[in-house]
Ligand binder design. Structure first.
Ligand code: 1GP
Length: 232
């Protein structure tokens, strides 16, 4: 479950957590492309108080670091050609992350066109991979793996109209051996099943859970029943 601290008050977070824990979310990602409320640190602390599940930062910017978290996705935006997002911000963030003792997980982040301009596209000043260009996605993922990325995150962006296609996930799955995270616009258990069948290892759900917690429960149930069948 992705939690955007700006959209989630303390009370809302408490309620969301109850549902997420009942619905068996496996872990929490926290972050956003643009955070303005100054509640990031509080949000992480509250999560750590109320759940035993991993709390992982999905940073949209340099200020999104906290020693309370379990780890941070150390994202390099490999689908883009903005040097700041490829390495620049990392140089600035690295000493801070090291000092905090926060686990940094090297993640090749690939932004894919989800049918609308998302905050991450605008804020990162990068062009997403066209949704029908599976070959570009798979070559980008291979390059990411060769560069040492431990995860590939294929994201259509928060609130994407169209989630990542099964064919793109399958193409990337066939090309890399590291785990694949997929997110952006996942709304139903059916979306989830198709993505898992195609080879996704982790699904990230934000908006659909905010809109109706039952969505998260259904999606989590689909993920866990898939795991039971495929990896009993
Ligand atoms: C965005 O992948 C996440 O980076 C989640 O997207 O909010 O559309 O579920 P949604």
């Amino acid at each position: 479950m992705l939690i955007d601290p700006d959209k989630t008050s303390r009370r809302q977070l408490g309620q969301a957590l109850e549902v997420a824990e009942d619905g068996l979310a496996d872990f929490y990602l926290v972050g956003g492309s643009l955070l303005t409320n100054g509640t990031f640190e509080d949000c992480i602390s509250q999560l750590k108080e109320q759940t035993g599940k991993p709390v992982v930062i999905f940073p949209g910017g340099l200020l999104q670091v906290s020693h309370h978290a379990d780890a941070i996705l150390f994202l390099s935006l490999i689908s883009g050609r903005n040097p700041e997002m490829l390495i620049g911000k990392h140089v600035q963030a690295a000493p801070n992350i090291r000092r905090m003792g926060l686990e940094a997980i090297p993640t090749g982040y690939m932004l894919v066109d989800g049918g609308n301009i998302t905050s991450v596209q605008y804020m990162s000043n990068t062009i997403p991979i066209p949704a029908d260009k599976d070959d570009i996605a798979l070559c980008t993922a291979i390059a990411g793996e060769m560069l040492g990325m431990k995860l590939i995150y294929i994201d259509a962006g928060s609130g994407a109209k169209n989630p990542i296609s099964s064919s793109m996930i399958a193409a990337v799955r066939g090309a890399v051996s590291v785990p694949i995270i997929v997110g952006g616009g996942i709304r139903t258990a059916h979306d989830a099943e198709q993505m898992l069948e195609a080879g996704a290892d982790v699904l990230v759900v934000g908006n659909a859970a905010e809109e109706d917690p039952r969505n998260l429960i259904e999606i989590a149930a689909a993920v866990h029943s898939f795991q039971m069948v495929k990896q009993p």
